[in-house]
Design a protein. Structure first.
Length: 373
């Protein structure tokens, strides 16, 4: 049964419309109305917004099954969180939420893995995201493996482009996800979404089924509106294939890759400043965030099928969310949170940290007025 969760974070809430009770019952829409003593220092926190969640229960193109359970697990984590303020954020503002479920389809084993099922899922997700944006709301897409970004980012790209703007994508991930069917060692589409968004050519066997499917994926997902290399930035990279590294270094001079080595040497504040400077000179006007929980250290977030040691710490992750909220929240079009795999999790740690990261992104602070320096 389809559901749509619309939630907002803050200390004071005010329902929209003349009949607030009826409107909440029908749409679940709440206006965020937060007042802080030093609000001028936190313009992102003050911005009213309406958000809708699209849960994409799809994990066929990931490394291990289980991330399809991620959206429901995050929902449950909000409801059962041991912090009362986090629970209230959710319970006071839950309506319904959109849900995309994949359906098994006949597949040719000589082609891309689960191609037909995946493409149908991406198109269904695009329909939901397009509807959310059309209502002037902010889509929050919960996956699922990272290939579900092909159901969200292209729609946001077209939406912003129609308004005369340019979308930047901040890919917060341990992996670059810019392989194509030829360069990929696994053949999993969750490692290829950016390559598809860029329309990268794959011609190992021009007449082969994989090549045909790849071209069809680009055509149907991007609808003729390919993205450019100057629209992508990465943060948290630490497991990048050699071919991907060469592509970024030689073929994407306008992009901004920020690896864990940069964060180790200079700290997250400097790394984020590099990103904001890139954003300013890129000509981009809007931002989409694609957050893969494997960017976090697996000691903190073990529940993912793509864990790599040496990731962001808990405080680094929350600082990143807080900085985005303070400096770029007014640019935010929407976001993905992907690769949460409850089957691999330990004591619900990964689901919990994903929930808390979302809370920080939307304005939750240790103290309601934020840091004082």
């Amino acid at each position: 049964m389809s559901a749509l969760v619309q939630f907002f974070f803050g200390s004071n809430f005010k329902a929209v419309g003349p009949d607030s009770a009826q409107r909440r019952k029908v749409t679940g829409v709440i206006t965020l109305d937060r007042k802080y003593p030093n609000a001028a220092a936190h313009p992102g926190i003050m911005r009213p917004m309406k958000a809708e969640i699209v849960g994409v229960l799809f994990d066929r193109c990931g490394k291990q099954p289980g991330s399809a359970l991620g959206p429901e697990a995050i929902r449950y984590a909000f409801e059962r969180h041991d912090r009362r303020d986090v629970r209230l954020m959710y319970r006071r503002n839950v309506g319904q939420w959109h849900e995309v479920r994949s359906k098994p389809r006949s597949e040719d084993r000589t082609g891309l893995r689960y191609f037909n099922e995946a493409l149908a899922c991406y198109i269904a997700t695009q329909d939901h995201v397009e509807a959310v944006l059309g209502r002037g709301h902010t889509p929050i897409v919960l996956g699922g493996d990272h290939s579900v970004a092909l159901g969200s980012v292209p729609v946001a790209h077209r939406h912003v482009q129609k308004q005369g703007g340019k979308l930047a994508v901040l890919w917060i991930d341990a992996h670059a996800d810019i392989n194509d069917p030829h360069s990929s060692h696994t053949g999993n589409l969750h490692g290829m979404p950016i390559a598809a968004m860029l329309g990268r050519d794959y011609s190992e066997n021009p007449e082969g089924l994989k090549n045909h499917q790849w071209k069809r994926l680009i055509k149907e997902a991007m609808q003729g509106e390919l993205m450019s290399e100057g629209q992508f930035a990465w943060l948290g990279l630490r497991d990048v294939d050699l071919g991907e590294a060469r592509t970024i270094a030689k073929g994407m001079p306008g992009s901004m890759p920020i690896s864990m080595e940069v964060i180790d040497r200079h700290g997250l504040l400097v790394a984020f400043e590099k990103f904001t400077k890139w954003f300013a000179r890129s000509g981009c006007t809007h931002l989409w965030i694609s957050f893969d929980v494997d960017v976090l250290d697996p000691v903190l977030a073990p529940g993912t099928g793509t864990a790599v040691r040496g990731g962001l710490s808990y405080r680094e992750a929350h600082l990143l969310a807080e900085l985005i909220n303070e400096q770029l929240f007014d640019k935010l079009v929407g976001l993905d949170v992907v690769e949460v795999n409850p089957i691999l999790d330990s004591n619900n740690a990964t689901v919990r940290v994903a929930t808390e990261w979302l809370a920080s992104l939307f304005g939750k602070r240790i103290l309601p007025w934020g840091p004082r320096v």
